[in-house]
Design a binder for this molecule. Structure first.
Ligand SMILES: Nc1nc2c(ncn2[C@@H]2O[C@H](COP(=O)(O)OP(=O)(O)O)[C@@H](O)[C@H]2O)c(=O)[nH]1
Ligand SMILES: [Mg+2]
Length: 246
């Protein structure tokens, strides 16, 4: 049976995990996949971890990692990836997904099938290729995302159109190649670009799949000014390193 661990970092997403987790399990199981959802929760005050445990008790296929406090999305992924490879070595794919409903479960299935069909090591859910889009994105959010992608591309040379997308399918064998290098990465949002850059440098084949990025269903975004500054500072350093090494 085809198999995947889906790592979902959460901070105050109780309302979302109640409907999203059953949906992901239903869609993947219905198509003959064996899914395990790995929630990495940063002690959310709204009880997200307990809400996820409730789904786990009812439907199985969900594991919850409870961390002591808000340590960042990048750090949550590092912890989730390590656990996926160490404890769930049966899984062929390790995925990244947001908890807020922006990433449709049906698209996750398409991305897994895309990876199966194409043999790609990484499939990124992309808003910036044909068929992908923002559904009701505010001008401000779209501009931030476009700008972030532009500087990511300049500073790393990556050809990926949506390098900041947090919706990805990664072949476990590809993730294993770089897992030792993840500890040096940043704990915040820029982790996504750093991870993709590492995979690219390790020789992985990266493809994109159209993503219709939906508005968050409940709760609030955790993207803030500090994250944006950290993002820009890393990109600037990466650019300097690239220029120097020429
Ligand atoms: N564990 C953990 N999850 C986080 C943290 N920051 C954001 N997330 C989760 O990462 C995902 C994306 O965050 P979101 O706020 O939707 O970012 P946006 O889509 O860029 O606005 C969501 O599932 C969040 O709950 C964090 O510090 N720790
Ligand atoms: Mg979001």
């Amino acid at each position: 049976m085809r198999s995947a661990v889906i790592v979902i970092p959460t901070y105050n997403e109780a309302e979302n995990v109640r409907w999203l987790l059953p949906e992901v399990l239903r869609v993947l199981r219905g198509a003959g996949w064996r899914p395990l959802i790995l929630i990495v929760d940063d002690n959310s005050p709204d009880g997200t971890a307990d809400a996820a445990e409730e789904v786990a008790a009812k439907l199985g296929g969900v594991e919850v990692v409870r961390r002591p406090g808000k340590l960042g999305i990048g750090s949550a992924y590092i912890e989730g990836f390590r656990r996926a490879l160490e404890r769930h070595g049966w899984a062929e794919y390790v995925c990244e997904m947001d908890a807020d409903g922006s990433h449709p479960p049906e698209t996750l299935l398409e991305m897994l099938e895309h990876a199966e069909r194409s043999g790609a090591d990484v499939v990124v859910g992309s808003r910036y290729i044909e068929g992908g889009c923002w559904v009701e994105g505010s001008l401000k959010r779209v501009m931030i995302s476009r700008g972030a992608n532009l500087i990511a591309r300049i500073s790393t040379g990556l050809r990926v159109r949506d390098a900041t997308s947090g919706f990805r399918v990664i072949r476990a064998s590809a993730l294993r190649k770089i897992i030792g290098e993840l500890k040096g990465l940043r704990s915040g949002y820029v982790f996504q670009v750093q991870l993709l850059y590492l995979l690219h440098k390790a020789g992985c084949r990266i493809e994109e799949h159209p993503l219709r990025f939906l508005p968050r269903r409940a709760g609030e975004s955790k993207l803030n000014k500090r994250e944006i500054l950290s993002y820009a500072s890393w990109c600037l350093r990466a650019l300097m390193r690239r220029i120097k090494s020429r």
